[in-house]
Design a protein around this ligand. Structure first.
Ligand code: 4NP
Length: 156
């Protein structure tokens, strides 16, 4: 199946998945798939709906020339499973939460981001309760996984 839309998900949609959206969008824009895939992000939880990304995520992205400050947190909805071809979670709990939220049997493929990228069944740790280092680590992991996904989808 051709993938024409990807939704990145995490728990809060303020740390990892906004960063994943920003990094993936930038890498895609510099690839042969530029403009070909719709990208968005959402959280399985509802605590931060309407908020900007965590300042540490915004700062980490900005350090690498990516502006994610206009993103606003939203919660994963049942319609997302019908509207997106692929839903990529940062850790296994994101996948189980998402599967439970797919109450209307949408057809989106739900996968672990790192694994779909061909890098193994590895989770991207939640940096929310830690320090700055966790955000740098998340950025590096997201960058690698985005490269892997773009490669898998045929980007040159
Ligand atoms: P994220 O991190 O899932 O990477 O956005 C979190 C952000 C907020 C919370 C948990 C994780 N929270 O419990 O509010």
């Amino acid at each position: 199946m051709t993938i024409s839309s990807i939704l990145f998900i995490c728990l809060g949609n303020i740390c990892r998945s906004p960063l994943a959206q920003g990094v993936f969008e930038k890498q895609m824009a510099n690839s042969s798939l530029a403009g070909k895939i719709r990208v968005d992000s959402a959280g399985t939880g509802n605590w931060h709906i309407g908020e900007r990304p965590d300042p540490r995520s915004e700062q980490t992205a900005a350090k690498y020339g990516i502006d994610i400050s206009s993103q606003r947190c939203r919660q994963l909805t049942a319609s997302d499973f019908h509207e997106f071809d692929l839903i990529l979670g940062m850790d296994p709990s994101n996948l189980s939460n998402a599967r439970a939220a797919n109450r209307t049997n949408g057809t989106a493929q739900i996968e672990l981001f790192y694994e779909y990228a061909g890098l193994g069944a590895i989770k991207i740790p939640d940096p929310y309760y830690g320090g700055e280092d966790g955000f740098e680590e998340a950025y590096e992991m997201i960058k690698q996984a985005s490269d892997g996904v773009l490669h898998r989808l045929g980007a040159g």
